[in-house]
Design a protein around this ligand. Sequence first.
Ligand code: DP6
Length: 373
Amino acid sequence: PLNRVTVVAPVNIAVIKYWGKRDEKLILPINDSVSITLDTSIMRAKTTVCSQPDFSENQLWLNGIKTSFTNPRLLNCLEKIKHLAADQQSVDPAVLSWKIHICSENNFPTAAGLASSAAGYACLVIALAKHYKIKTDLSILARIGSGSACRSVFGGFVRWHAGVESDGSDSRATQIADSSHWPEMRALILVVSDNKKHTSSTIGMMNAVKTSDLIKYRAEYCVPKRTDKMCEAILKKDFVKFAELTMKDSNQLHAICLDTYPPCVYMTDVSHKVVEMVHAYNDMCGEIKVAYTFDAGPNACLYLLNADVPRVLTLIKHLFPSSSSDFVTGLGDVEETETEFLKSFPIQPQTEDVIKYVIHTKVGKGPEIETSH
Ligand code: DP6
């Protein structure tokens, strides 16, 4: 019998951010968002699920560590999926009574503070849906685990439609374009050292909805226009427009974080130095060549086209000296570039500015079901 499924699912990084819920339990957002799904060969979650008649209890392993099976979101996803399986009579009723074992791991350090819940929940619901043979909109299921996870169900460029229904039936992700649409697109993830524990995105956005006035203006007025423009920029492969919208939206998210009471501070001095670096680089080029975006933490994600990767990496290495020899990981060797431009670059290195490492990656195809036997 089919009793074991393994799924690999990617990380996605939003360019129009999801921030704020209209329903906490169903995870319904107050605005649409747009993201890029990254390549699974470099950053991914991998989940195996298995159930058998002789399992005595549900069990969960996260990155090799046995963890209690009590997370309400996990329980909620499992319950929803079993309900659907019962309704659809997709498996023998006995299978639904068997306990389940779930084993999930990331291939990137969770300590890096990189969005892992999106990949993790996308993985989990796809594996469970396959395991119980249900047919449904997987993005809606993943959304119930973690909002941003609904976008990791697709590869390429993805839009999460906020929807208007109170049951969440129209709050789902769709693909804007697949991963082959804009093959030059690259992402550099700058992992910033961070000792501080930040407010989780779940709590941060909840406080923002409660206390920020700006967030209403953002959700009602800014994001709808921006989302349409972003989809258009992606479809036309208009990098300048894409990059400008991306940076403005990230800045607006962090402005709302400061408008939250008490304020929520995610970006550090190093994050702000990255912002300065990108603007100075774009000014030097006379055209926008790089975009930054920041989630609920200090790490930067830069979006740029492959032709600019060598120079931008050279610049990062110059401005943020690091002791690590394998400073850049991910996609293969990057060619050397001339360093003449560094001499006149308006920002200069300071020893206290540290970036731990850089992950160089590209747009990915989306989740894969690896084994099923
Ligand atoms: C800043 O999806 O982690 O990354 O739905 O509460 O699980 P929950 O929140 P989560 O929030 C992600 C916020 C963000 C922006 C984004 O990915 O759009």
